[in-house]
Design a protein around this ligand. Structure first.
Ligand SMILES: [Fe+2]
Ligand SMILES: [Fe+2]
Length: 402
């Protein structure tokens, strides 16, 4: 006879998942001799309906990262995908359909166990799965035992696991991130990186460059990080020289390429979620998306809601007509940062020290002719910017002649 597979569901908000969740999962895998444990992040948790929890997609991704190193732990999206609130009875019914020949277990916190009889369809839960929980202390054991005998009359099988209480909680982690503290001892390094890369739980009303460093390092390689630092330094210098806001130049400079190493599909999602409309050249050209997605990420994901910074990042590769001094500083700093060593960089640097507009003309000629040589479309914003710069120079020359 085929042996029944033993499968446990471990549901929770997982906002975020942390080491104590994984330790609990591993302890139950051992104790119950499980074949599989499913981490199931809730959609809208019935008990936390009013709380501001992060997107299901992020919580799922963090669970997947945390489970990556454990063969028996899998992540299921059934609750996140289901519309409406997540009820354990519905999930167990669905699991019974997916795994009809399996013995099911459901893992929950002791506080949840104590109120289980007030949940939706407790008898369905009792009939479909054994309920597993962990007492938090000795006092609680008595209360749990009394509930156990109550539930057992209704057909519930309970499994208690004696596991040392952990001090880690998702609330502590969220608060630590919010206060710019260190969470590496609480979560898997991959989850920590994900939290920074996606700017989850951060205090968006405080500018903190150390935090930006962590975010940048989570989103890009060393080379691009150094480039970003150099662009910020150069943008600050130019802003000071030409009278733009130095702090904004630093911010726009350090963050200008924040989505440059982000896969283009993800860049497009960021753009679409921000309701930014791409023009006819931008739309079919993923190479042009990083500036637009970057501006949107900084404004909508990081909460830096500043029109000047948005535009400086948005147009840092294309340029546009009527650029502000700050926008020009970022555009040029991207060409003249300390690590740049292309042919012509010295000329560009020397022009940047004399006139922002002359440097813009030089930079735009360089990129427009390169695109034309490769038979690639030219962004109308770049052409408008180039024409403005060239006509300004021509106008000046004519003016000089007269
Ligand atoms: Fe860029
Ligand atoms: Fe750049």
């Amino acid at each position: 006879m085929k042996q029944q597979k033993r499968i446990a569901m471990f549901g929770g908000t997982f906002d975020p998942i942390h080491n104590a969740h994984i330790n609990l999962a591993l302890a139950f895998i051992k104790k119950l001799k499980l074949d599989k444990l499913l981490l199931i992040p809730t959609g809208v948790p019935p008990h936390k309906a009013d709380l501001d929890i992060v997107y299901g997609e992020h919580r799922l991704n963090m669970c997947r990262l945390a489970a990556q190193d454990y063969k028996k732990i899998e992540v299921s999206d059934i609750e996140v995908k289901r519309c409406g609130k997540s009820y354990t009875a519905d999930t167990l019914r669905q699991l019974k359909e997916i795994y009809p020949d399996s013995e099911l277990f459901v893992i929950m916190g002791a506080d949840m166990y104590m109120t289980l009889d007030t949940w939706r369809e407790p008898d369905t839960i009792f009939s479909l799965a054994s309920v597993c929980t962990v007492p938090r202390d000795n006092n609680e054991i008595e209360q749990l035992k009394s509930k156990e005998s109550e539930y057992s009359k209704r057909g519930c099988k309970t499994v208690f696991l004696d596991l040392k209480k952990s001090d880690i909680s998702s609330t502590i982690i969220r608060k630590t991130v919010y206060d710019d503290g260190v969470i590496s001892k609480y979560v898997d390094p991959k989850v920590e990186k994900y939290i920074y890369a996606n700017y989850l739980y951060m205090n968006k009303s405080v500018i903190n460059y150390d935090r930006f460093d962590k975010v940048l390092k989570a989103r890009m390689g060393e080379k691009r990080y150094i480039h970003s630092v150099n662009v910020a330094t150069e943008a600050k210098r130019l802003a000071k020289k030409y009278g733009a806001d130095v702090e904004k130049a630093r911010l726009a400079g350090i963050l200008h390429d924040i989505t440059k190493e982000t896969p283009s599909e993800e860049q497009l999602i960021i753009i679409q979620r921000s309701y930014i409309k791409l023009n006819d050249v931008e739309s079919p050209s993923p190479k042009l998306w990083h500036a637009i997605a970057g501006a949107a990420f900084v404004r909508y994901y990081m909460g830096i809601d500043d029109e000047d910074i948005f535009n400086a990042i948005r147009y840092h590769t294309s340029g546009r007509a009527n650029m502000s001094v700050l926008e020009k500083c970022i555009f040029i700093a991207d060409f003249t940062g300390a690590e740049r060593d292309y042919d012509g960089v010295e000329e560009m640097r020397s022009l940047a020290n004399k006139s922002l507009e002359d440097a813009m003309t030089f930079g735009l000629s360089f990129s427009i002719s390169d695109l034309a040589k490769r038979r690639l479309a030219i962004d109308p914003n770049s052409l408008a910017c180039y024409n403005e710069m060239v006509l300004r120079t021509v106008g000046k020359k004519n003016g000089n002649k007269e």
